[in-house]
Design a protein around this ligand. Structure first.
Ligand code: 0O2
Length: 205
């Protein structure tokens, strides 16, 4: 490690705030799920995971983007310090859930990226919401950015596989794998739609 290199930016209170923001969103998602089931609807969520970006990754991201390496800068410039990934069975569930999240009065939707409607060129599909979530502290309310990714099981499996490729060094047949991934992404997208149609036919009868 180089002398004077910054290795820590968060105070204990900052860590409490980040954890509280993650728990707040997880709690809200679980409440939505329970309410939907209580109303006799299908649970829209297959599973949900939360993660806090490690301090090391946060410092690397701040450096890469040329932002000051401070806690204030991390809270205001980086919007995925807290990440929530929601995996649904069907594409309809993804949009239904996103709508319910958008309707939470105290969550401010800062940005939405619809990579389902407009997939990335590599085939990545997912719906991303950047949300500002209130965290009630003893003496103030802090608004914390949370990145919520919502996608189907098929999209999630694809993204995990593609993520492996990104982080693995010296992979043989890289071009072939990239092409195969693209092909799989579009096959999965059409299977997702077919499965949703079948599900609707079953539900309607
Ligand atoms: P990791 O390792 O998952 O944390 P922006 O500055 O907002 O315009 P940014 O931050 O790249 O651009 O936002 P974007 O495109 O919404 O991506 C945010 C996250 O979505 C990524 O975080 C990934 O988790 C996921 N993602 C986006 N594109 C891809 C993709 O092509 N493949 C996979 N597998 N995941 C993707 P990180 O920090 O890049 O990665």
């Amino acid at each position: 490690m180089k002398k004077d290199e910054i290795t820590t930016i968060y105070s204990q209170t900052d860590k409490v705030i980040l954890e509280a923001a993650m728990e707040e969103v997880m709690l809200r998602i679980n409440l939505i799920r329970k309410q939907e089931v209580a109303l006799g609807l299908r649970d829209p969520v297959e599973h949900v995971k939360g993660r806090l970006k490690s301090e090391k990754s946060m410092i690397e991201k701040l450096k890469k983007k040329g932002y000051p390496i401070t806690s204030e800068s991390a809270f205001s410039n980086v919007r995925d310090g807290v990440g929530i990934r929601i995996v649904c069975m069907f594409v309809d569930d993804v949009y239904r859930l996103a709508e319910t999240i958008r309707n939470q009065g105290d969550f401010l939707i800062v940005k939405q990226k619809d990579y389902i409607e407009n997939p990335k060129s590599n085939g990545y599909r997912s719906l991303h919401l950047i949300v500002k979530v209130p965290v009630h502290m003893v003496d103030e309310i802090r608004k914390v950015f949370v990145e919520i990714q919502i996608r189907t099981i098929a999209m999630d499996t694809w993204a995990s596989l593609e993520h492996q490729l990104k982080y693995k060094q010296n992979v043989k047949n890289q071009e072939l794998i990239v092409d195969e991934l693209k092909r799989c992404a579009s096959e999965l997208a059409s299977t997702d739609l077919s499965m949703q149609m079948i599900q609707k036919m079953i539900e309607d009868s």
